[in-house]
Design a binder for this molecule. Structure first.
Ligand code: SF4
Length: 707
């Protein structure tokens, strides 16, 4: 078999206008060495590599090449996990087809997405049947829309993947055409028989079993790990090589993946209805013939509903402890948490878990029954039961996080209630989950996967990977491969960094003065004569709006506010349209514009960072983290806050130079980066922007790009 490095030469030689990149070959070699020499007996991390690959490395080709070659050689699969749909689409539509074409290696590859991304023909059929009595939906066109979705699907030109739908499907219609895992009838569904399936989700799931390479997203990968591995995705971690791209986001996704939440008042109603569905002795209706089992579960549901009601009342009585709509439930952060409340959490966790288990038993029995004969009542009951089971599992899951024991920064849970209005009354959303995923990932992924590569443009702080390793639990392994590749871009020539001398910083005590100064400064620098594309980043919605209001109409007219757009894509196309017609356009964006956004050449010649992206201290998860770091005599600012800010800042300034053709300026309006001691840590982690101020730089860049 051809060596991976030789194959690299062969593949890249066939790519038109390809410029050889030393760092790309280096990345291929590091992954190849790691993937080739796996000893499953050793659990020391020798089979895991962390690679920081700056923009322009061409990292997707590097990991596809090393991943595919080794997967074929050792008869494994290759799974690629990413954070964004944009990258998934790029890998599926461009990078993998290009690799197949140029390498001559034949592989099957597919995209794995969650069930909610696919049309459920069974649900659609039922929704269409139910709609005529709903006059509201008739009036707003929902009925016609559902008919149109059904007819497109029936014609066979569309495979039911909602991302590829031939018509726009509004979010309000999604529940009418998709289904969750508990409601899905599986092989008892008339649309999904073992020998013939018309179900988009199951058809894709079957297809994935034959794939050599699967592209998925972080959330689905984590859902699979949570279910034990090999249940949501078709393969177990031991059977695949894994590449986690956009890996700096993986810990955040993992924290969200190991979390639960439910609306308290709505849940009380749902649990009561579940009880009636399972057993209603009043009218002698039982969901299943085992009456003692049904009676027992219905009684448990009523107990659960009582306990939830008690919880609701206690929270309502404690309204004064809500701070900005948030009531923290960790007793070490909130002395108002009584023993009565904690006992209630234990009861809720216990009953909800037992109830969910019992409901699953009934679900299995009903599915068995459907196998022998089609019965529409049982079918409908199964779907209803699945709906309630989904909610009760959510309650059990959340309640188990509520009662978990917290004992260190590695093993602590955040628990809180958020207040909101629902149907004119007070509703409380209970949220609980882990604050650190290191141990969970070590148990569920790192100790099981055959081999893995994690990559991103921002993994290291300076030369060190300590923080990302700590977040991912990779600090528990002594033999990891770590490499920080160098950038091929000539930053000093193509870019400059400006830190204006503001008198005030955005710290709490001077935030008002800072805001005035920021408004005045942006007035001066954003008054462009030429068609420059600019991205101004804010990390707080209110600050974005306040700043916009401080600007004169002639500048406001050039600004596109992220807060006014339903999708970033729509905003970006308007921005590009303006630049293409030689008009300046300025994006005022929030967090989601600080990473993953590609605005080449004139579309982004100036990135303005309004303030350093420090996290908010009011966030309950951060409060729990801070508590434990301090309890263990750590320094929260240096250990957690600064590294996180550093990674966000590198991502944000990384919007400027995306290719060798890009030029421009980064302006950081937060003077703490120049005045505070920690500022030097942040500055040294940024690319080598030119620091000699040249007032004409943007204009010169514009001329360079134009010619
Ligand atoms: S198998 Fe499940 S997802 Fe597929 S059509 Fe039937 S109910 Fe819907």
């Amino acid at each position: 078999m051809m060596k991976t490095q030789e194959l690299y030469g062969q593949v890249t030689a066939k790519i038109i206008n390809f410029q050889p990149r030393k760092s790309q070959l280096e990345m291929v070699e590091v992954i190849d060495e790691c993937f080739e020499n796996v000893n499953p007996e050793l659990k020391d991390g020798h089979n895991i590599c962390l690679i920081e690959a700056p923009t322009g490395t061409g990292k997707s080709l590097a990991y596809i090449l090393a991943g595919v070659v080794n997967a074929q050689k050792f008869q494994k699969k290759f799974i690629i996990g990413t954070a964004t749909k944009t990258l998934q689409a790029q890998l599926f539509n461009k990078d993998l087809p290009l690799f197949v074409k140029n390498s001559g290696i034949k592989i099957n590859f597919g995209l794995a997405k969650g069930r909610s991304n696919y049309l459920c023909p069974y649900q659609l059929e039922n929704s269409i049947a139910d709609l005529p009595i709903d006059m509201v939906s008739q009036a707003d066109g929902s009925a016609q829309k559902l008919q149109s979705i059904a007819s497109h699907f029936k014609q066979g030109a569309w495979n039911g993947d909602l991302d590829l739908a031939p018509i726009t499907i509004e979010s309000k219609l999604k529940p009418l055409i998709t289904i969750d895992k508990h409601q899905c009838l599986g092989y008892q569904c008339p649309h999904n028989q073992k020998d013939e399936s018309n179900c988009p989700f199951y058809k894709n799931r079957e297809f994935l079993k034959s794939c050599d390479v699967i592209i998925t997203n972080h959330s689905l990968l984590l859902a699979d790990l949570e279910s034990g591995g090999g249940n949501v995705l078709p393969f177990k971690p031991a059977d695949y090589y894994l590449c986690i791209d956009e890996a700096h986001n993986f810990p955040g996704y993992a924290v969200n993946g190991f979390m639960g939440q439910f609306e308290l008042k709505q849940s009380i109603g749902l649990v009561n209805n579940a009880s009636k569905l399972i057993a209603n002795p009043g009218n002698n209706s039982y969901i299943y013939t085992d009456i003692p089992l049904c009676d027992d579960l219905a009684a448990k549901a009523l107990d659960l509903s009582d306990s939830l009601e008690k919880l609701y009342q206690i929270i309502k009585l404690n309204k004064e402890v809500f701070n900005d709509g948030v009531f923290i439930l960790n007793d070490y952060l909130n002395p108002a948490i009584s023993q009565e409340l904690k006992d209630l959490f234990v009861v809720i966790a216990y009953i909800a878990t037992e109830l969910a288990e019992g409901m699953k038993k009934i679900q299995d029995k009903l599915k068995e029954k459907l196998k022998s004969s089609q019965d529409f009542v049982t079918e409908a009951n199964l779907v209803k039961l699945g709906f309630y089971l989904n909610s009760i599992e959510g309650i059990a899951n959340t309640a188990n996080y509520l009662i978990n024991k917290d004992d260190s920064r590695y093993n602590a849970n955040a628990r809180w209630v958020e207040e909101r209005l629902y149907n004119g009354g007070e509703e409380y959303n209970l949220i609980a989950g882990v604050t650190h995923v290191g141990k969970l990932l070590a148990n569920k992924l790192w100790s099981r996967v055959h081999a893995a590569c994690l990559t991103s443009a921002t993994l290291a702080i300076g030369q060190r990977f300590d923080y990302i390793k700590f977040q991912l639990g990779l600090n528990l392994y002594s033999n990891l491969h770590e490499i920080k590749l160098t950038s091929s871009f000539n930053y000093p020539k193509h870019s400059q960094l400006v830190i204006p001398q503001f008198r005030y910083s955005p710290e709490y005590s001077t935030r008002v003065e800072f805001q005035k100064e920021l408004g005045l400064y942006l007035r001066q620098i954003l008054d462009y004569k030429e068609a420059y594309g600019t991205l101004v980043l804010f990390f707080n919605r209110q600050q974005l709006i306040d700043t916009f209001k401080m600007l004169p109409p002639k500048i406001q007219n050039k600004i596109l506010l992220q807060t006014e757009y339903s999708s970033n894509q729509k905003l970006i196309s308007e921005h590009k349209e303006s630049i293409d017609t030689n008009q300046a356009s300025i994006i005022f964006g929030l967090n989601s514009f600080a990473e993953g956004v590609d605005l080449p050449t004139r579309y982004c010649m100036h990135v303005v960072i309004s303030k350093l992206p420090f996290e908010t201290h009011t966030d309950p998860q951060n409060k729990v983290r801070e508590y434990w770091v301090k309890a263990e005599n750590g320094n929260y600012f240096m250990d957690v806050s600064l590294p996180e800010t550093c990674i966000k800042l590198i991502q944000a300034v990384g919007r400027l130079i995306r290719s060798e053709e890009d030029y421009g300026q980064v302006t950081i309006c937060d003077n703490r980066i120049a005045l505070k001691q920690y500022g030097s840590i942040l500055l040294s982690a940024l690319p080598e922007f030119n620091r000699q101020y040249n007032p004409e730089f943007i204009n010169q860049s514009y001329q360079r790009i134009r010619h």
